[in-house]
Design a protein around this ligand. Structure first.
Ligand SMILES: Cc1cc2nc3c(=O)[nH]c(=O)nc-3n(C[C@H](O)[C@H](O)[C@H](O)COP(=O)(O)OP(=O)(O)OC[C@H]3O[C@@H](n4cnc5c(N)ncnc54)[C@H](O)[C@@H]3O)c2cc1C
Length: 372
């Protein structure tokens, strides 16, 4: 690949926005451009997908395991474009429809659980199978003009890294050790907005002020495991429980998910994921983690009603520092500096959902393919 006949695009972040951006660029590039395409995704962690992830805990003495989708649980597909994009992954069984059964209670009223009515989602919902990371990996595997550099944290950009001497500007990116990772015709940043703000803080990026506009809230995730179904508390027993998702209003918890109820998850040891309320999580984000954990466990015990015999055998907690956006979607998207050919985007520019990742990717690809 030479620099003269190839348009080189850097994508910062290998979450779903970054991966879908690469996939749509590869899909739409050839019809609009004569130049070759070379994409590099820079991801600071060791894997793709970030918030679309799972945590597993194998048993030491058997092949059985607990598994929790600790970030996104499932996602909906509303637009025809997005449905079209996910169709091949549904055909390949990487995405599986999930018709969850949702019960609703007010905090402190778990006694009405057995009588509460059951809803189902308004739009088709999907989970990634066999685990939440599978879809991100499947998107990555289908990319043919993209390399992914893991464990590479891009350092904050500077205006002086933009070379304006050719027909179009090119930006040199560096990793955090100060090593150059290449020159690029376009830079698309898909990091969460607080991290994106840090990356562009010392630049004259045209839309810099808007990066910090959406307010992000945290989310604590609690992951519970039981040794077998016989030891589940009565409210989680299959014979008494109608719901697979329990939504709890006005308390510190938001939702409880039964992982072993999901399609193709029946082999799991009993695994239950709990997302705390976003506002509560944000208010307690810097509190001592053992205090937060104790509060959450107490709240979940109040709902599920376990005793010494039916208490979970395994408990883990994760803190998502930037989990949900509380503001209206930004317009226009992506945030863009046309002169430098820098784009800043991510689910936080939209509704903070997987479908928003797709919408943001689509908007970025349109701007790169037709910049003016
Ligand atoms: C608890 C929770 C529950 C959720 N529930 C739902 C749901 O039910 N339905 C739904 O649709 N969505 C849900 N979501 C939201 C969904 O997970 C996100 O919308 C989506 O995963 C965001 O993807 P992204 O690529 O925009 O961001 P991210 O997944 O955050 O990816 C950004 C990537 O950038 C990388 N990065 C950052 N800075 C750098 C740097 N300097 N150099 C290199 N790499 C960098 C990060 O490591 C990360 O991998 C939930 C999220 C959470 C946390």
């Amino acid at each position: 690949m030479t620099d003269t006949d190839t348009t080189r695009i850097a994508i910062i972040g290998g979450g779903l926005t970054g991966l879908i951006t690469a996939a749509l660029l590869e899909r739409d590039w050839a019809t609009e451009n004569k130049q070759k395409l070379g994409i590099t995704i820079f991801e600071k962690s060791r894997g793709v997908g970030r918030m679309a992830t799972r945590y597993r805990k194998p048993q030491t003495d058997s092949a059985e395991e607990w598994q929790w989708a600790m970030g996104v649980q499932s996602f909906s597909a509303k637009s025809d474009d997005f449905k079209h994009f996910i169709a091949p992954f549904i055909d390949a069984n990487t995405l599986v429809p999930w018709q969850s059964r949702i019960a609703h209670i007010q905090s402190g009223h778990a006694e009405i659980l057995a009588d509460s009515s059951i809803d189902t989602p308004k739009h088709p919902c999907y989970i990634s199978s066999p685990k939440m990371t599978s879809w991100g990996r499947a998107i990555a595997e289908r990319l043919t003009h993209t390399e992914i550099q893991f464990k590479t944290r891009i350092a904050p950009l500077t205006d002086s890294a933009v070379n304006q001497q050719g027909k179009t500007p090119r930006t040199e990116l560096y990793d955090e050790a100060g090593n150059s990772v290449g020159m690029f015709d376009w830079v698309i940043c898909t990091a969460p907005n607080v991290q994106a703000a840090e990356l562009f803080a010392d630049t004259s990026f045209a839309a810099k002020d808007k990066i910090s506009a959406p307010t992000m809230q945290a989310c604590y995730t609690l992951m519970l495991g039981w040794q077998d179904k016989a030891h589940l508390p009565a409210r989680l027993q299959d014979k008494t429980r109608q719901w697979s998702v329990l939504s709890i209003a006005d308390g510190i918890l938001d939702k409880i998910f039964i992982e072993h109820d999901k399609p193709e998850h029946g082999h799991l040891l009993p695994s239950v994921t709990i997302h705390a309320d976003n506002a509560w999580s944000e208010a307690h984000v810097d509190e001592a983690q053992d205090v937060v954990r104790a509060s959450l466990i107490k709240a979940v015990q109040d709902v599920l009603g376990w005793d010494a015999e039916t208490a979970p055998t395994h408990i883990d907690m994760h803190r998502w520092r930037y989990a949900a956006t509380t503001d209206n979607p930004l317009t226009p998207v992506p945030l863009m500096d046309v002169q430098k050919r820098w784009l800043v985007t991510g689910d936080w520019c939209g509704a903070g959902s997987i479908e928003a990742c797709y919408q943001m990717a689509q908007a970025s690809v349109t701007r790169v393919i037709q910049p003016s």
